[in-house]
Design a protein around this ligand. Structure first.
Ligand code: SOE
Length: 414
């Protein structure tokens, strides 16, 4: 006889891409994990009554509302899941925490360090009252990523020397793709930097257990004006005839020094976050190089981890592909027999599983708002570095050259 489950009523604020992914997770996690808490998909909140009613019907929410504050303050609600653009994260999270609700908030935590600081202070107070909060860096809950962290923690790659992370998308490579909210600094806070660069930063810090200590970066916007959004929203939508300015970065390129707890910065990291990598749809790649080996992850092969063990005999050296589907691998015991793979959406079910377990066990959830604040500070430092103007140095022009044409290095006369 399993212990009686506690039912907690969930309110989801927002029903775009993340609202859909989180809805799938609230519905699926309790069916595959034996949880002490049963989440009830109580209320879905959106601005347009017809659209939110259609979304609630599609995703399986019992009620709908268009007033997030009324829902957040309702005694019927126990958990608030924030899946809205970043400009509303702080207001909603602060109201929910003040009302004693557990809060899951999508990444990045906020659009500014100041907002992230206010949210973190409120979350710390709430934690003392047994109210839990988490920021949704979902990729750390992909089993292959969690397993990479275990291998690094177990010393299997030795001392971390370098990390490189790419988050490559191409949905803006078309200069006529319309101005969605992600291209408006007022709503999104930043462009590729905060939307996908934040994921890359969390992945490197999570796998290495080291933190970004210093950064140097550039931000660039290739297309500075686009058609206003006609129909649709989010990542897609039709273009109208009017045009408007793009106020965020298209590409963020940055380097970092990493520091292990209590140690001087020693490892180096390079990061690329772009929406202009034509042909790359949602390519998330992380590789960590150590003194005894390397681990490499690619979301397009998300059930696999490439592992290089430099301690093997020379004749046996080489990256080997680990299929991360064994029940002993993180999260996998709940799903299918070995060799059967999972998808992007499963990381969100793992996120719900971990959040509800934290609540049930009466301990803080991770990543905490303070971890989200630390990443917000890294984003802010990159913007400061980029704004200060990176030290670009042009190569000396060839002697006698008037155009700065490259010097031939092959020795063959042109
Ligand atoms: C858009 O870049 C986006 O939806 C991100 O906002 C999500 O965090 C990522 O998981 C998928 O792409």
């Amino acid at each position: 006889m399993t212990a009686p489950r506690t039912t907690l009523n969930v309110a989801m604020i927002g029903h775009g891409f993340m609202g859909a992914a989180h809805s799938q997770a609230w519905r699926t996690a309790p069916r595959f994990y034996d949880l002490a808490i049963e989440p009830r998909m109580h209320t879905l909140v959106g601005r347009d009554p017809e659209r939110v009613a259609a979304a609630a019907d599609k995703f399986g929410w019992d009620n709908t509302d268009t007033d997030w504050r009324r829902v957040v303050e309702s005694d019927d609600i126990d958990i608030v899941d924030i899946g809205t653009p970043g400009d509303t994260h702080a207001e909603i999270a602060l109201a929910a925490l003040a009302a004693g609700k557990h809060v899951m908030c999508e990444k990045p935590l906020a659009n500014s360090v100041a907002d992230a600081e206010r949210m973190t202070a409120a979350a710390a107070d709430a934690d003392a009252r047994g109210v839990r909060s988490m920021v949704g860096f979902s990729y750390r809950r992909v089993p292959a990523v969690a397993f990479a962290r275990q291998l690094v923690a177990d010393g299997r790659i030795g001392e971390v020397r370098q990390a490189r992370a790419q988050y490559l998308q191409d949905w803006l490579a078309d200069a006529e793709a319309p101005l969605t909210w992600r291209l408006n600094k007022e709503l999104a806070g930043s462009g590729s930097l905060g939307d996908i660069g934040a994921h890359a930063i969390d992945l490197v810090q999570y796998i290495t257990a080291q933190s970004v200590a210093e950064v140097s970066g550039i931000l660039h916007t290739f297309v500075t004006e686009r058609p206003l959004l006609g129909e649709g929203s989010g990542l897609s939508g039709t273009a109208s005839t009017e045009r408007g300015p793009v106020t965020v970065d298209d590409v963020a390129l940055f380097t970092a020094r990493l520091e292990a707890p209590g140690a001087a910065p020693a490892a180096l990291a390079t990061f690329e976050a772009t929406r202009f990598a034509t042909g790359r749809k949602n390519a998330v790649r992380v590789e960590i190089n150590g003194s005894l080996g390397s681990v490499a992850f690619d979301l397009e092969r998300m059930n696999e981890l490439d592992f290089y063990d430099a301690t093997l005999p020379a004749t046996e050296l080489g990256f080997r592909r680990i299929l991360v589907t064994e029940p002993e691998h993180p999260y996998m015991a709940a799903w299918w027999p070995t060799g059967h793979t999972i998808g992007y959406e499963h990381a969100f079910s793992h996120q719900v599983r971990d959040f509800l377990t934290s609540i049930a066990e009466g301990r803080p959830a991770e990543p905490s708002f303070s971890e989200g604040l630390q990443i917000q500070r890294v984003l802010d430092a990159i913007e400061t570095s980029a704004g200060a103007g990176s030290a670009w140095t042009a190569p000396e022009p060839a002697p006698g050259s008037t155009t700065g044409a490259p010097v031939t290095t092959t020795g063959v006369t042109e």
